[in-house]
Design a protein around this ligand. Structure first.
Ligand SMILES: NC(=O)C1=CN([C@@H]2O[C@H](COP(=O)(O)OP(=O)(O)OC[C@H]3O[C@@H](n4cnc5c(N)ncnc54)[C@H](OP(=O)(O)O)[C@@H]3O)[C@@H](O)[C@H]2O)C=CC1
Ligand SMILES: N[C@@H](CC(=O)OP(=O)(O)O)C(=O)O
Length: 379
């Protein structure tokens, strides 16, 4: 099975691409709207949410929680149901910030209508033909899309689903990718997360549960981090018949153990990470710092407009990164790393801070779509 995804095309600056947002009223949906309203290529054409919101003005139904006001014109748009109709068919790209309880069948109905869906939800992340893409790490996995289209019943011309990862997975696979690029395979990872309240959507965790407290459990989160890491950092194997499969890091088995906690922070997931490399002797903490700083994701070279100028910033201060100070680094599109030091059990340990709503969700989807446009997959 061959693909024609290798020749980048820069979109004509005068040509805008209509996009729709499913789940537009939610935490992730609001971040989509803020980012898309200032986007150089994408134009918000349709907003969708639940039947509770459909038929009403966006400004009337949304509980807007962004620092910037609702973009001009958006508050007046009438929210639609998440059912494919003419308005949605006019979109070349559909972003989804749907509640995972409803995302599965809705996203499938949009794909089946030959629309390109970029989803934040967990529903299709494990699908063997759906790429799980962290845009600063594995955009090459878009090469599975021709197979996804072909194996769909009926086969699709334009439609597909691309998912991005769990927000905690996203934050820490970016530095892990930098380390594998510089030093070869990682053998084991221990990660302990301190996850913001906004990760649970709106209204999320009740104030009485989270104030003055830490909750040492987030349903399903540890399993997602442990599994998604392998799909993202793994490659794609191709059989003699040309059938592609995600190899799940199989050539160099990678063991991941995650422990997840909810903490009273509004935005920004902090993660304490320890790694052991296959390579002996392992790199020193100083070499690890240099590898983080030197990391240049492919999406920058491709020219994706929302790609952060610096993917990873390394803090030298002993008490950074911190969510309140670092969550808006690169408008939330980059990650902050600090406290890089020797680990007495594995090899090296460090702390990561990633904005869960931006690079952990909407920003990743938008960069994924930009890459797909640049590679000629949509548009
Ligand atoms: N928050 C985060 O940091 C991250 C979230 N995610 C994932 O992204 C997705 C969205 O999360 P988040 O924004 O936090 O969730 P929210 O609960 O804040 O928003 C959910 C959205 O889904 C809509 N919705 C609910 N029921 C229906 C329905 N029956 N039909 C159509 N639309 C419906 C809601 O519309 P209405 O307002 O009308 O009810 C709302 O727009 C989830 O799958 C989540 O797991 C992924 C990474 C990070
Ligand atoms: N569960 C994450 C956010 C999220 O919704 O993740 P996922 O899309 O993997 O379900 C958090 O609470 O911070």
């Amino acid at each position: 099975m061959s693909s024609s995804l290798d020749s980048p095309t820069i979109p004509n600056a005068t040509h805008t691409i209509n996009v729709g947002v499913l789940g537009a009223t939610g935490t992730v949906g609001q971040r989509f709207i803020t980012l898309l309203s200032a986007h150089p290529w994408f134009k918000i054409h349709v907003l969708g949410a639940s039947p509770r919101s459909a038929g009403k003005r966006y400004g009337e139904v949304v509980k807007w929680k962004q620092v910037l006001p609702i973009p001009v014109g958006v508050g007046e748009m009438v929210v639609r149901e998440c059912k494919v109709d003419e308005g949605w068919r006019d979109c070349q790209i559909v972003f989804s910030g749907l509640d995972a309880d409803v995302a599965g069948p809705i996203e499938e109905s949009f794909r089946a209508s030959d629309l390109a869906v970029f989803s934040n939800s967990k529903n299709y992340r494990r699908n063997p033909h759906v790429p799980l893409i962290v845009p600063l790490v594995n955009p090459s996995h878009l090469s599975i899309i021709p197979q996804q289209r072909l194996l769909h019943t009926p086969p699709l011309q334009k439609g597909f689903i691309v998912t991005n990862a769990n927000c905690s997975t996203t934050g820490y696979v970016i530095p892990l990718c930098a380390l594998e690029k510089a030093f070869g395979p990682i053998e084991s990872v221990l990660v302990t997360t301190m996850q913001a309240i906004s990760g649970a959507g709106y209204p999320g965790v009740s104030a009485l549960d989270i104030m003055d407290n830490v909750i040492p459990y987030i349903s399903g989160e540890e399993e997602k981090i442990e599994w998604e890491t392998l799909k993202i950092l793994g490659g794609i194997a191709e059989s003699d018949a040309g059938v592609k499969t995600f190899d799940m890091h199989a050539k160099h088995p990678l063991r991941v153990s995650a422990s997840c906690n909810r903490v009273p922070v509004i935005d920004g997931h902090t993660e304490c990470v320890s790694v052991r490399f296959k390579r002996r002797p392992p790199p020193s903490p100083q070499q690890v710092r240099e590898a983080f700083s030197a990391f240049t994701p492919d999406c920058q070279a491709l020219g994706a407009p929302s790609a952060p100028r610096r993917a990873i910033v390394v803090h030298e201060e002993a008490d950074r990164p911190q969510p309140r100070l670092d969550r808006y680094f690169q408008d939330g599109a980059g990650v902050s790393v600090g406290r890089v030091r020797q680990c007495q059990v594995l090899d090296v340990k460090f702390v990561v801070l990633a904005n869960n709503v931006s690079i952990g969700a909407a920003t990743s989807s938008i960069i994924n779509a930009e890459i797909a446009v640049l590679k000629g997959i949509v548009g």
